[in-house]
Design a protein around this ligand. Structure first.
Ligand SMILES: Cc1cc2nc3c(=O)[nH]c(=O)nc-3n(C[C@H](O)[C@H](O)[C@H](O)COP(=O)(O)OP(=O)(O)OC[C@H]3O[C@@H](n4cnc5c(N)ncnc54)[C@H](O)[C@@H]3O)c2cc1C
Ligand SMILES: NC(=O)c1ccc[n+]([C@@H]2O[C@H](COP(=O)([O-])OP(=O)(O)OC[C@H]3O[C@@H](n4cnc5c(N)ncnc54)[C@H](OP(=O)(O)O)[C@@H]3O)[C@@H](O)[C@H]2O)c1
Length: 532
């Protein structure tokens, strides 16, 4: 998984420090309390320790068996039952370690539990169900036993992120151009996007992701203003309503606060429905389709005041994209490979915020607020001689294009094997010319392709891997690192299963031994995943 650098860490006292485990836990709790920046009083050392260790005071709460992005939230919460609050908070998150919140799941939950992080709505893949569960768990935190007198009040440390290195401190980069990667006739719309970083001075290493603060579609914004019956120029916090709607708030799934607001200003059956929706119920079976506009249409007679309306919306969250270029190869330039999200519900076309912003709204020369999200545990091997096997169907190819360009620019001698797959060979072979040229030059030792919709039967990258399993095993036995990037929900799991089968079959191991072999590769950093 792509684990991200957390802002304030909770494991402050290193295991190497000269303290017993109990002393270390207490000190971690103490500093967790100090780090609290919430408006509520900072936690005392005892409270901090209790949150970290749980009611039993048992600091060692073991592994996180719910840490699986394919497991539904109800199952995850069940597995975490009886665990300390911070662990149940972690279970509420989407388990992708995707970094969009600025942390990995473990560190985000620790930060909330220690009150260093007041925002409960940062888990993008977890969406509303995660935010709701975190709210409930946070209420438990608020009811934590009254503080025993804490340490002398100390000012909370100010955490200042380096410009352009975190979602809390973005910088402007210049959008240069876009190019469609699919041929006409494809069912997909995937764009190669170029940015110029020379103005903001950012750099990156391959494996890092790029955070984008997109802007909502202005046509969509104007329709919402019309539904509110408001003026574009209505002043909100020193800006116009139109400006605030365009770049400060999310117009996607309607927040519980919006339903609450509607329930306050309406009556009768409508009020009951709005209340039920605010509590996560689904009175009309349409809750999953209710973005902000659909909500205003559903409660069409209700016109909240623009100021209250804006306050009830969620802040606009940045989106992350795997960087598909190498700073060593093209200093000051950065590329992305972006699949465009468009779908229709009822009669209305819905637009993915950031992907359509990059695909159609931003123009050459425009500044965009961005940051580089450092990858943790997803990088080229330090030793340039180490062979690498890369498995990246669809947009999963992005970081591997970057790896290959980087290895070419630095003259790394290690062998490189890419598994790429997509729907159809004639329409969806991204970067075909480049990859074929890299193969001809010898840099790309092997290129294995899998087209899922060329034949009668689906054929995926893991099917190709199985076909050449003996060679995959030989590369692993020679010390190759193996990487997977792309879909977290299905592909990554299926690829890992195929790898286990290959190890079992060609490495002459039982399934259990193969599972532990693959687990060991992960622990040693030889099997790395960047999935979303
Ligand atoms: C570390 C990381 C790296 C990533 N790298 C890449 C990358 O290289 N390339 C890339 O393209 N993406 C990548 N992503 C995904 C990317 O961050 C965005 O999630 C993606 O582009 C969608 O964002 P959006 O703002 O366009 O759509 P959003 O506005 O976020 O809308 C997406 C949401 O729309 C809904 N939705 C989508 N399709 C449908 C449908 N058919 N029916 C109903 N609802 C639907 C779903 O709720 C979905 O969650 C990465 C994510 C992470 C975390
Ligand atoms: N948050 C978002 O809304 C958002 C935005 C962009 C991408 N994504 C997700 O990110 C992933 C990447 O999307 P993408 O456009 O890069 O490509 P993709 O939709 O994942 O498709 C890439 C290839 O992978 C195949 N595939 C499907 N299931 C697979 C499996 N279990 N194992 C191996 N291969 C499988 C696809 O085949 P078939 O399709 O023919 O089965 C296709 O050939 C997708 O899962 C997508 O849902 C999400």
């Amino acid at each position: 998984m792509n684990q991200m650098t957390p802002p304030p860490k909770i494991e402050i006292i290193p295991t190497s420090a000269p303290f017993s485990e109990a002393q270390r836990s207490w000190l971690n709790g103490f500093f967790a309390g100090l780090l609290s920046t919430d408006s509520a009083a900072p936690l005392s050392a005892e409270q901090g320790a209790a949150v970290l260790q749980g009611p039993t005071g048992d600091g060692d709460d073991g592994e996180a068996p719910w840490h699986d992005p394919t497991m539904p939230i109800a199952d995850r919460m069940k597995l975490a039952e009886g665990r300390p609050l911070r662990r149940r908070m972690m279970a509420a998150m989407a388990q992708q370690d995707c970094g969009q919140c600025g942390y990995n799941c473990n560190d985000y939950s620790d930060a909330i539990a220690s009150r260093a992080e007041p925002r409960l709505n940062l888990c993008v893949p977890g969406g509303k169900e995660t935010a709701r569960m975190l709210k409930t768990l946070n209420e438990e935190l608020e009811k934590a036993p009254a503080a025993t007198p804490g340490p002398a009040a100390a000012p909370a440390p100010v955490v200042t992120a380096e410009p352009g290195r975190s979602r809390d401190n973005p910088v402007p980069a210049t959008f240069v151009s876009r190019r469609l990667l699919n041929r006409a006739g494809s069912e997909k719309e995937t764009w190669h996007i170029d940015f110029d970083l020379s103005g903001c001075g950012l750099d990156y290493v391959v494996g890092d992701s790029f955070g984008i603060f997109a802007r909502n579609d202005l046509g969509h914004v104007d329709q919402i203003i019309a539904l509110l019956g408001a003026l574009h120029t209505t002043p909100i916090r020193g800006r116009t309503l139109r400006e605030v709607l365009s770049d400060e708030v999310s117009l996607a799934p309607a927040s519980d606060s919006l339903f609450e607001l509607i329930s306050f200003i309406t009556g009768g059956a409508l009020r009951e429905k709005a209340r039920a929706l605010a509590q996560g119920e689904d009175p009309d079976g349409d809750a999953a389709t209710l973005d902000v506009m659909a909500t205003l249409q559903k409660f069409s007679g209700v016109r909240p005041h623009p100021e209250a309306f804006i306050e009830a919306l969620e802040p606009l969250q940045p989106r992350l994209y795997s960087i598909s270029s190498s700073h060593n190869a093209t200093p000051g330039k950065l590329s992305l490979t972006v699949d465009c999200v468009r779908y229709v519900i009822g009669k209305r076309k819905r637009l993915g915020l950031a992907s359509t912003f990059l695909a159609e709204r931003i123009q050459s020369g425009d500044p965009v607020k961005v940051y580089v999200q450092k990858a943790h545990g997803f990088a080229l091997p330090q030793d340039p001689k180490v062979p690498i096997i890369m498995i990246g169907p669809g947009t999963g190819v992005a970081p591997f294009r970057a790896f290959l360009l980087d290895r070419k620019a630095t003259g790394a001698p290690g062998k490189n094997w890419l598994f790429f797959g997509h729907q159809r060979s004639s329409f969806d072979f991204f970067y075909a010319d480049e990859l074929n040229a890299l193969k001809t030059s010898g840099l790309l030792t092997r290129l294995s392709l899998a087209w899922s919709r060329d034949g009668d039967k689906k054929f995926y990258v893991q099917d190709r891997m199985r076909e050449v399993g003996r060679e995959v095993w030989t590369w692993l036995a020679e010390g190759a690192n193996i990487y997977v990037c792309g879909d977290a929900k299905r592909m990554a799991k299926d690829v890992e299963r195929a790898l286990v089968d290959i190890v079992a079959q060609h490495g002459a191991r039982s399934t259990d031994e193969a599972v532990s072999f693959v687990g060991d590769l992960k622990k040693k950093g030889r099997f790395q995943q960047d999935v979303y």
